[in-house]
Design a protein around this ligand. Structure first.
Ligand code: FAD
Length: 313
């Protein structure tokens, strides 16, 4: 086994939470080693275009540029960022062990987990390609771009109703597409959506196709799940609200997960229930799921880890 020494802190994840944790621990001279992922370095914001709600950028900033800036800022203070995945962890001991894809074991006194969560997708061919170009998973992030447009929201739960209702502030019309004949959302959320004049419903329906023109979404094709009949819907926005999956597979059996698979922490701190392990960002957060909230909890995790390490020595 290659001896990589014992680090003060290892960060897993390079989204806003991971990079902020890296920045703070680097400035505290803890020389963090950051595993940023093999293909997803920079995290979720690298899959979008304009970010208009991250403070400090009055004209907005491209998602990949924002993440490149965060990386450069953490590196400036000595964070070492490795573009690789962690494939297994042993967090039980006093010294934590994480293993990369080459099988090298890296050890540290503290670990900050910031692996984020992935939005569930429809699985249509051009869905990813049109992300930020008409296809979105976040009304708070992108609703503003759809002023006076016709848009469609897919999903039947509380999130879908919340997104649809929120989007009526901007959109001319919102069609909620749901594959069943009844909604899963709570009654109060359903009532709110049903009573909104701008919202209509396409039940027992699925999105069969995303249409594209000039590199942007130009409409969708709906399919009736029973008859198989299709019809075109002229929209310029598609919001997918069918849930998310926290990236916690790696931690099953080692850290406490809630019923939805999110990491549990001793809130308001970022301490998990395993000493020396902290968690931040969307891997913990059911509720806010924004770049700024992820960055804020990455900062909190760094401060919690710093205090833990100071008490330990
Ligand atoms: P993420 O950014 O998801 O990062 C997770 C990191 O963990 C990645 O770097 C990944 O590589 C790494 N990772 C995962 N597993 C492993 C592993 N095993 N080993 C090593 N690394 C691993 N929010 C806004 O505030 N404004 C917006 O305009 C906005 N637009 C968005 C547009 C899109 C298309 C999407 C998908 C999200 C958007 N969001 C927006 C939400 C925002 O991106 C997230 O809330 C935020 O990125 C969460 O940060 P995070 O650090 O927790 O996780």
């Amino acid at each position: 086994m290659t001896d990589t020494g014992i680090r003060e802190v290892i960060v897993i994840g390079s989204g806003p939470a991971g990079y902020t944790a890296a920045l703070y621990t680097a400035r505290a001279e803890l020389k963090p080693l950051v595993f940023g992922g093999a293909i997803f370095v920079g995290g979720s914001l690298t899959t979008t275009t304009e970010v208009e709600n991250f403070p400090g950028f009055p004209q907005g900033i491209d998602g990949p540029d924002l993440m490149a800036n965060m990386r450069a800022q953490a590196e400036r203070f000595g964070a070492e960022i490795v573009e690789d995945d962690i494939v297994s962890v042993d967090l039980s001991g006093d010294i934590k062990e994480v293993t990369d894809t080459a099988g090298t074991v890296h050890r540290a006194k503290a670990v900050i987990v910031a692996t984020g969560s992935g939005y569930r997708k429809l699985g249509l061919p051009n869905e990813d390609e049109l992300s930020g170009r008409g296809v979105s998973w976040c009304a708070t992030c992108d609703g503003f771009f759809f002023r006076d447009r016709d848009i469609v929201v897919v999903g039947g739960g509380d999130t879908a109703m919340e997104e649809a209702t929120f989007l009526t502030r901007f959109a001319r019309s919102v069609t909620v597409v749901h594959r069943r004949s009844t909604l899963r959302a709570s009654q109060v959320m359903q009532n709110r959506a049903f009573s909104d004049d701008k919202i209509s419903f396409a039940f027992d329906s699925k999105i069969a196709e995303i249409k594209e023109a000039d590199g942007k979404l130009s409409g969708v094709v709906l399919r009736d799940v029973f008859s198989g009949q299709t019809r075109d819907l002229d929209v310029t926005g598609l919001f997918i609200a069918i849930g998310h999956d926290p990236r916690t597979e790696l931690f099953k059996g080692q850290l406490d997960l809630d019923d939805d698979g999110y990491l549990k922490v001793d809130a308001p701190s970022t301490r998990t229930y395993v000493s020396g392990v902290f968690a931040a960002g969307d891997v913990v957060d059911h509720t806010y799921r924004q770049a700024i909230t992820a960055a804020a909890s990455g900062c909190a995790a760094a401060l919690d880890a710093e205090r833990y390490l100071a008490m330990r020595t």
